[in-house]
Ligand binder design. Sequence first.
Ligand SMILES: Cc1cc2nc3c(=O)[nH]c(=O)nc-3n(C[C@H](O)[C@H](O)[C@H](O)COP(=O)(O)OP(=O)(O)OC[C@H]3O[C@@H](n4cnc5c(N)ncnc54)[C@H](O)[C@@H]3O)c2cc1C
Length: 413
Amino acid sequence: MTKKFDAVVIGSGALGSSTAFHLMREGQDVVLLDRGQAASETSPRAAGLGLQLQADDIISAIARLGIEKLVAFEEETGVPLACHQSGSIKVARSEADEAQIHGELERARNLGLELDTVTPKEARELAPWFDPSSAREMWYAPGDTYLEPGDVARAYVAAFRAGGGTVREHAEVVGIGSGADGGVTHVELADGSRIEAGSVVIAAGPWSPVVAALADVELPLWAVRHELIITTTIDGVDNTQPAVRIMDAKVYARPCNGGLMFGGYEPDPLTMDLRQTDPGFSTAVMPLDGEPMRRLIDEVSAEFAALTRAEWRELRGGLTTLVPDGHFLVGPLEQMDNLWVISGCNVGGLSTSPALGGHLARWIARGERHLDLKPFDPNRFGDRYHDQELLRRAALATYVDKYSNDEVLIRGT
Ligand SMILES: Cc1cc2nc3c(=O)[nH]c(=O)nc-3n(C[C@H](O)[C@H](O)[C@H](O)COP(=O)(O)OP(=O)(O)OC[C@H]3O[C@@H](n4cnc5c(N)ncnc54)[C@H](O)[C@@H]3O)c2cc1C
């Protein structure tokens, strides 16, 4: 008799592997599938930053729990994970951003987050490679983190395997089947085999719309390339120092293996529709472009002088998934019973994956919907974004508005 799993999770990035691990912990028999190697697409290409105070209180709560779980990862899972709780500094150079910093300090106080203003002298001591002369105002959050991004999904996959979970690599899902009652029954793989399951979770990152289309579902998200660079070693840089974000330039920098990692939100990034690409496409062959990074470095050359001189060890890019209101897509899809999605990361799915995967697993296994997931209902737009160009532009706007007050307005809090 063919074995029937409690759940199939499609995609072993941070979001899928966390969901699979937490489902296993809920006592479910789970198979985690990936079309390539486990943890090999967007997740290992991230910056690895964990930021507790986000553009709204709901995502802040998710991010805070995510960071708590990353810091205590080994305690919870038994698998070691190096996470640097070195803090972060946010810098306002304009009057508008200064006002936003003050608003954020008040929000942080209300949320009980440790976040305070920092003087230029203190900022220089915390991050000697940063010149804060141009700053009108700054806050410092000692509890923010960074880590090696690929470690998150790799560690969840290891913990899932160690707990008895089944991982199948090079197992591409090409079909999703349903029964007479309209509920999901199985997935079909490219090799012609099928896997029976009580529920199916789509966690396919930028391929999530491709996989959802197998069940005739249109997901309201768009894939947007996000890039960063990593320099060779720079004297005086080490991982006890905080990350630094400069708001108007929409950039961040943080220590990385003795050098600096620098990334930012370019105004006109490459967008991709993976339903239209060659089936063999993977992030490894996605075109990268160093020019936007050079332009962003020019905008902050006074603050990060060392960056302008340093050699690049790596130009890195991955495909993030943007949603028109900047919120995740997490929950059941109304078109098919027991078909779930966890995607729409808005460039923040790595640090939030422990919390999101945990909440979703509890919902699937016990039927308990956590309040924090309410705004992430994947069906919330109805068919408002059926027009794909409208969707692309709306999704892009949430990317371009990062760090600005408009980001807060888009999310409506
Ligand atoms: C440069 C960059 C910097 C970033 N910085 C941060 C940061 O600092 N902090 C943060 O929190 N987030 C950050 N992010 C965002 C973060 O990387 C993503 O939110 C996160 O990795 C998304 O994980 P995922 O599991 O959804 O996707 P992925 O990691 O892409 O995993 C999806 C998986 O699904 C598999 N798959 C696809 N189709 C199928 C199929 N048909 N069958 C089986 N498997 C399939 C793929 O092979 C892939 O392994 C950054 C992203 C980038 C690109």
